[in-house]
Design a protein around this ligand. Sequence first.
Ligand code: CUA
Length: 335
Amino acid sequence: MNRRTSGQPAVRSALGALVLTLGGCAWDTPMTTLIARSDFGREILHVYSIIAWATAGIALVVFGVLAWVLARFRATPGAPLPAQTRGHTLLEIAWTIAPALVLLVISVPTLHVIFRTQAAPPAQALEVTVLGRQWWWEFRYPTLNIATANELHLPAGRPAALRLEGPDVIHSFWVPQLGGKRDVVPGRSNQLTFTPQVPGEYWGQCAEFCGVSHANMRMRVIVDAPDAFERWAAAQRVTPAPPTGLAAQGKAIFASGACVACHTIRGVSAGVLGPDLTTFGSRRTLAAGMFPNTPERVAEWVKNPGGLKPGVKMPALGLTDDQARAVAAYLASLK
Ligand code: CUA
C-alpha cells in the first residue's frame, strides 16, 4: 500500500471524529456549566477558566515543541546515529518541578472556593430540605411550612441553604448553572449553600447512578424575583377549593382509592411515600421533569405509570380511561 491510499482513510476518520466531537459542544444548553447564575456557579466557573486557560497554554507549548522536534530531528536516509543521552539531572528536576508548580497554581483558587462554599450558611438564608428519592426530588421549606416536588422555587438574591438527605440510596443534586454538585447520602445531612442571582428556570439532574430511572430523576429550579416568590409561597399554603364537575369525580376517586396511602393533598390525605400533590396543578412538569404537566399526560400516567417511567414505585391502579381523565382533571385543578 502506498502512502496516498493508506493516508486518506485515516484523514477522513480523523475529520469524522472531530466533527462528531465538536457536534457535542454547545454554549447555551439548559444544562450548561458555562453560564453561571449564582455566586457558587461563578466561583466554579472562575476556577474552571483558570485551569482551562492554563491547560491550553501548556498544550500549546508541548505540541509546539513536539512539532519542532518532529521536523528538526526527522530521520533521513544515510544520516549518522544522533548522540545518545542517558540521564539528565537538570531535565529531570525541571520536569518534576514544572508539574508541581502547575498543581500549586490550580490548588490555590480551588481550595479557596472549597472553603468558601463549605462555610456555614448566613442567618438570613432560606432553608430548604432536599430529599433525593428513587426517582424524584422532594423539597421541604421548614420555615414556610410547605413542600413541593421536582420544582424548587427560590427567591433571587437571597442565599438558599439546602440540607440534602437521602431516604433510600445515594443520589446527587446538580443544577449546573447554579453551581456545585453535591451528593445526597442516606444517613447523612449534607449542606449546599448558594445565592441564585438571576430569575429564570434552571434544569437539574441527579448526577449519581441510583437505579433504573436515574436518567429520569430530573428537576427544575425556578428562581423568582423576591415578590413573585412570596406570591408563590403564599399560593402553596392555600388549601385547594372544593372542585366541581369532572374534577369533583376525580377527587372522589382519589380520596377512596389507594392514592391516599402515598400522597398528601392538604385537607384530603396525608401519605408521605410519593410527592405532595397539594398544588400539583401549578407545576410545569410531571414525573420528575420527564413530561409537560398536561391533563392528557397525567391521565396516561395515573393509568399506567410504569409505561411512562421504568421502575417507578407508583403502581398501576386499574383505573378506566374515564376515571383516569377525572383524576387528571382533579389534579390539574390543584393550584
Ligand atoms: Cu437519583 Cu441518580
